[in-house]
Design a protein around this ligand. Sequence first.
Ligand code: ATP
Length: 234
Amino acid sequence: MLEIRGLSASYGGPNVLEDVALDVARGETVAVLGANTAGKTTLLRSISGLVAKARGSIVFEGESLLGRLAHTIPALGIGHVPEGRHVFPRMSTTDNLMMGAYGDRRSRDLAARMDRVFALFPRLAERRTQMAGSMSGGEQQMVSIGRALMGNPKLMLLDEPSHGLAPIVVEELHAAIGAINKQGVSVLLVEQNAVLALSVAHRGYVLEAGHVVLSGSAQDLQADPGVRRAYLGV
Ligand code: ATP
């Protein structure tokens, strides 16, 4: 579904990503692990057309993505849940969700899409009219994921969804990511929380200083001594 080859990216200075290769098959959840500044966010931003100096090839369902304008990417079926959530603070839950369907707001199934989000996150249904800025971090993360789902993505890019959240909320999000994948949406999940990432992912990649240094099944990565030492704290 997604095939990345020879991807290099920079913000004008040295390359932040160097010769990265990564695949996501239809129906898969793929995790990208890495420490701070490894380049995880840059990888997702490159897919979404948000890094001007990205070179190599990124192909999604046969369409080449590099060089496309960022606002044209969601319509191809890619939903991006950014690091830091970026909800619209002075807009209600419902209005935030509707922004995720901005590209096809005339679509007849918007109510059904919203029902699907509320089924996944009942807490949002209770807070339909609440301003997103007054919600907890976990609730804002749900709004951000729900907003991406409103675009009916085939592939979701999730950037550190567990960052800064209490363990109980992290578990809830973890279950939601599993449910989204079971509904047929492929997931590319970037996480510093390797325990969470490898428990929901089928496969994973380890990114260090912009290079993929290891890849394999989630089970193999969980068993790898280097991964266990560096990312699983065991
Ligand atoms: P974190 O978990 O801390 O977000 P990350 O693995 O997601 O880390 P990136 O955010 O991709 O890493 O950053 C990789 C490198 O690129 C860092 O050295 C960072 O300073 C640099 N970088 C990121 N965004 C920009 C930008 N807009 N302009 C210049 N440099 C940037």
